[in-house]
Design a protein around this ligand. Structure first.
Ligand code: HMH
Length: 227
């Protein structure tokens, strides 16, 4: 019972973070680039820029996820955490093939793309979170936040009132589908449980990381407009 109370505490904490950083949260989850997909006004150059940069990001995301998995194996009190993260690794495998297929559809040369500054900064931030001294709670908070920004953003483009172009539906479904939504819920559940028993210090670091993810996501979307 005590553990459940801890989880509730964690859930309240996340709600408070979202409220306290509402402006940045909305900028990350309702970015003009995403809204332009949603209303059908997006231009293909912006989409192609995003696609190429995101492929680079996702490649860097693999070792980050592996580091979170390793922390879960070592530090988690719940075996199911490892299973949730292992599912994430499996879907990343699928995602990389999808990027290659999508890139060839749009004539984007993936091996000719250089990461822009915002992408490099974001990847460097992920690297800092891979260090063994970073707490599992802090790392899983970042991981949940990163995945849920995409889930929130792309599910907007699937709403009944949206006008998403047919050729972008597959992209939006990739992160906006119910299965990905459930995966993000599971990640939030883990994060809540961990926050519920975290020290004050770890809680503060986790909040800092949450905000940093939101800022990094905004800058990432901004790249779609060019340098
Ligand atoms: C920048 N954030 C960015 N790219 C992604 N593919 C995701 C989140 C979700 O995996």
């Amino acid at each position: 019972m005590e553990e459940r109370g801890g989880q509730r505490e964690g859930a309240r904490m996340i709600d408070t973070w979202i409220n306290n950083h509402r402006q940045m949260y909305d900028r990350a989850t309702r970015h003009p680039f995403v809204l332009s997909i949603r209303d059908g006004s997006v231009d293909s150059l912006s989409f192609k820029r995003w696609l190429g940069q995101d492929y680079i990001f996702v490649r860097q995301f693999v070792p980050f996820l592996a580091s979170v998995l390793l922390k879960a194996c070592r530090e988690s009190e719940e075996q199911s955490d490892v299973e949730v993260l292992l599912g994430g690794i499996a879907s990343l495998h699928d995602e990389l093939s999808w990027f290659k297929k999508e890139a060839s559809k749009w004539d984007v040369m993936l091996n000719a793309i250089t990461p822009q500054k915002a992408n490099q900064d974001y990847c460097r931030f992920l690297e800092s979170l891979m260090l063994p001294e970073v707490d599992y709670t802090v790392a899983i908070t970042a991981f949940w936040a990163i995945e849920s920004v995409y889930q929130k953003s792309f599910s907007l483009c699937l709403e009944a009132s949206s006008n998403t172009p047919a050729e972008l539906m597959e992209t939006c479904q990739r992160w906006g589908n119910d299965g990905f939504g459930q995966y993000c819920c599971a990640l939030r559940g883990i994060t809540e449980r961990r926050l519920g028993t975290a020290s004050e210090d770890v809680m503060m670091m986790a909040e800092g990381v949450f905000v940093r993810v939101l800022e990094s996501e905004v800058r990432f979307w901004d790249m779609s407009y060019g340098e």
